[in-house]
Design a binder for this molecule. Sequence first.
Ligand SMILES: [Zn+2]
Length: 54
Amino acid sequence: MAELNRPERRQCVECGREDSWDDSTHNWRIAGEEGRPFCIHEWDINGSHNPIRN
Ligand SMILES: [Zn+2]
C-alpha cells in the first residue's frame, strides 16, 4: 500500500543546516542558525527521497 511521504524537515549532510517545510508558503524555511553560508547544501532527502513510499 503506497502512501504519500511528504517530508516536513530536511537537514544538510554537510553543515547541519536544517530547514522545515512551511505549508502556507509551500516553501522551505530555515529552521536553525547552524550552517555555512557558502555550503552547497546536500539535503538528506536528496536522491534517496521518494514521494511515494512503497
Ligand atoms: Zn549545508
